[in-house]
Design a protein around this ligand. Sequence first.
Ligand code: NAD
Length: 305
Amino acid sequence: MSGTTGTTGTTATTGTAGTIEHVLVVGAGAMGRQIAMTAALAGCRTTVQDISADMLGAARAELEAWAEGRVAKGRLDRDAADGALGRLAWSPDLPRAAATADLVIEAATERLPVKTEIFTALGRHAPARAILVTNSSTLGSSKVADVTGRPEKVCNLHFFNPALVMECVEVVRHERTSEDTVETVMAFARRLGKRPVLLSREVPGFIANRLMGAVQREALALAEAGVASLEDIDTAARTALGHPLGPFELMDLVGLDVVAFIAEAIHAETGDEADRPDPAVAALVARGRLGRKSGAGFYDYAGSS
Ligand code: NAD
């Protein structure tokens, strides 16, 4: 976990892409705030930018509370916590925040027009040396590379939720991403205490969401065929395969609306009927059963399952 790696201030230097000292995270939502704290803990001066002052305030308060909790539990030094919080800056002003960035991590709302607008602005306002990455779960960076005027410095850097905890990050290059950019982003991810995996080309769902989708499809097929109960399918995944959560438990945790959204995005790319959101998931979403966050999904969280 990256919370204990925050005492060093070393910089990631590779090739001609230079040194990453100032990170800008665009979007202070669920992902952006934790990505920013991960970078700050690793010693990077990190600015968080969002169009919503409320989100900036909420993100700051959440990270301060998180750091306080870690210190209270003895999992993070007071100095490391204070140092990381001190390296964070908060801004509503993208041009200004981008002006000195070495690396920009875009973690804004998952809509292509939003991301296109942001990457256009980054192309204009970030220094020519700056690498621009997107945390998008479903959009390949090739969709926003051209508007930046520096497509060779653009790729996906996909964190998992919660970003402060999850070790995996997926680095996805598009056709024109340079070797130097890939190396710098991989080195940066390692500096954050992550274990980057590299995709040599864009595929819908990248690696982890494709694997998860395959397990979920099979679990749903078994349940729908009446072969086994949800509980027993989850138990088998945990006890035979060593998964920390069964597929239904995991879908409830991720949110069934998010599961359906990811499937829809993959289907839009592939056109493959097998990639469409499962009817059982869609039916639960339509009934407002979104998983843990709504109190019920495949399981009921109000009482027992
Ligand atoms: P979120 O809705 O929690 O936060 C999005 C933030 O972007 C909001 O604070 C919003 O105000 C801000 N925003 C919107 N337009 C903006 C703009 N033009 N400029 C600056 N900020 C803007 O979303 P999230 O769950 O944090 O997801 C962010 C990105 O991370 C998405 O691309 C998503 O696909 C990806 N992602 C999400 C998860 C997840 O589990 N939530 C996991 C991996 C990747």
